[in-house]
Structures are given as C-alpha cells and as structure tokens.
Design a protein around this ligand. Sequence first.
Ligand code: AMP
Length: 397
Amino acid sequence: MLNKKTVDDLQVKGKRVLVRCDFNVPLQDGVITDENRITAALPTIKKLIADGGKVILCSHMGKPKGEAKPELSLAPVAKRLSELLEKEVVFAKDDNVVGENAKAAVAAMKDGDVVLLENTRYRKEETKNEENYSKELASLADVFVNDAFGTSHRAHCSTVGVTEFVEESAVGYLMEKEIEFLGNAVNNPERPFVAILGGSKVSDKINVINNLLEKVDTLIIGGGMAYTFAVAKGGKVGNSLLEEDKVPYALDMMKKAEEKGVKFLTPVDTVITQEFKNDTPFKTVPTGEIPDGWEGLDIGEETRKQFAEAIKGAKTVVWNGPMGVFEFENFAKGTKAVAEAMAEIDATTIIGGGDSAAAVNQLGFGDKMTHISTGGGASLEFLEGKELPGVVAVDDK
Ligand code: AMP
C-alpha cells in the first residue's frame, strides 16, 4: 500500500492547486501525434475541478535546456486539453514560466478554473532543483499534486523542490495507479512471474536484471542486449550490437539465475542481415553462429516460439524493451510475437513504457494489456528497486 497522501486526502475547495503533469507528448509541426499522456492526466484534473480547486497545471516538454524554445511550447497542449475537458484552459504564456501572465491568470481564477503554465524547462533552474525557482512555482499555489510518473525519477524544482514550500502535497491518480501496478507486480506478484527485457543495451539494464533475478521465476532477454549474453556463452555474433566490457557481468547474471533457480531464456536463433535497413535480404541462423559482416536484428522463429511458450504459463508478466529493430517491419516479428503472447493470456500484463509501449500500441494490442506505463525511464528505475524522488518528496499519509 502506498503510504503517501493522494488527491482523495485533500480538501481543495477554494485552494490553488499546482499539479505537475507529464504532458511531454510527441509533436510534429505543432500537432500532437500521441495524446496518451494527456488523457492519462484527466482523472486527477477532473477530480480537482469537481472539488472546486483552482487547478494550475505544469509540465515539461522535451529538452529546451533552460531556453524558451517556441517549438517546445505547451500551447498545443492547452488547446487540446480545453477540448478534452470541455472547458477553457487559460494558457499562461510566460518565457520565464512564473511571469506576469501566470500571476495575473492565477489571481483571476475562480473555483474549478484551469490554468496551464509554460514549459517548466524553459528555466535552467528546473533540472538543477534550485530553490529560487521552486519557491516561485510554490508561490502560485497552496497545495501541490504530483501526477507526473514519467518524470518522478528526476529531482527537479517542479517534481521535488516545490513540495518544500507548499502547505501540503499529494500524488495524483495516475501516479497512484502506476505505483500500484508496478509495485504489486514486482513485490507481490501472482506466480509464475515472467519478466522480459529487450532494447539495445545491457548497460542500461544492469541493475534491472540484477534486481529482477531476486523476484522472477523466468527472465527472458531479447533485443540487441542478447548478443552480449551470446558471447558470454562462447558464441560469435558478427557485427551485432555487443558490449564486450559487459560480458563478465552477463556471465555473473547467468550464474546468479542458476543459483536462484530462475529460468533464464536467451535467443536460440537470430534473424541476420548485412545492412541495417528494412529492405535488405535476411536469413535466420543459430544465435552464436553469426558470420562476420552480418548482424542480428531480430529474434528467430524458434526463439519466438520458446518465448511465447514461457509467457503462456505466466500469471504476471512485465516487459520492457523491444525484441528487435521493430521500427523496420521485416524485423518486428519478435516484438510482435511477445506482444501477441501477452495479449492472449489471462494474467496481469504490464508494459514498462518507452519503446515497448509504443510497439504494443502501434501493433494494436494496447487495450489487451493490464497496464501500460506512461514512464519509460521511471518504470525502469522502479524495476531496479529504486525509490523515485518525485514520490518520496510527497507528504506521507
Ligand atoms: P532502448 O533504447 O535500449 O530501449 O532500445 C530500443 C531500441 O533498440 C529500438 O530502437 C530498437 O530498434 C533497438 N534494437 C532492438 N534490437 C536490436 C538489435 N538486434 N540490433 C540493433 N538495435 C536493436
């Protein structure tokens, strides 16, 4: 159970409530191409409006590095949010975020009104968690709600610093839901518990593998990171992604799995090519027998079967990272097979954000999963067993 205050513990009538959301949505020429993160924030916003709070929203967008970059303005989000909420969202367009527009807009608010501040990262202090900016943000509000799971692994002014200068702080519904699903899956899973890791690098997932080996019944490794394990087993991987310096670590992890009685599955066959592109000849060979000049871009058919079989028997599945270069249709089969196997079973299925979330949605399996996390980096840190600073900073119950 989460021991933090939630929006249900707050009395917000007539109070100014600053809500940190994660509106970091993909934009193309000013058009939002995926609004999942906006819709995921609606339950908290609607609750605070219904309770008569003065709802002041804030978020970052991309990495403007302390500069007011117009292409990273939150203006398109204000517009879309107005439509989704069916009420005006006043956009406080200040390059310094807490400027004259924000102050005037907040002063004019009535209960249930909504204001959106400009990109919090237009200020360089944000990512350094500097006190002056935390105080400025807090000066707009009485109460603070953190609903930005995707940024909760970062100690910034708008996620951590601000909590020190408000009367009270709480987590929002999205944050609560993310922590509940990920927390239960990892710490209290219905067994068998299978975790699947993929993506390009072993080095990004060192602590995740180590921590999950303490918890899971089966650990499946696919994607680019699998070749380092293939080399650890004495195989040849040609030009495939390889982190030589992580081979001893891969050996340690395989030994740890054996000691713990964890089933450790790595690919037995691999789809290889001579060029890193979609339209190029490809063939399947045993993993560990990849010739020079060739590289693995996806797991092979036999591996897809073995992974699907392991998933089939599970009661809890957590997945982070694609099985191959799924951006190329010819090499998306492994990622698709895992998504399909997860979609078909009667189990708690959790997608840990980032590329795997994009792949699952793109392949049309989104509504078949129990939970798709809105935070790639944050969910990985959660799987590492780390405490998330944005959650720790919120008031205890
Ligand atoms: P990450 O950024 O570590 O989450 O990894 C995601 C990226 O890994 C995706 O862009 C995939 O295209 C890439 N990837 C997965 N498998 C492979 C592979 N076998 N070779 C090269 N890249 C891969």
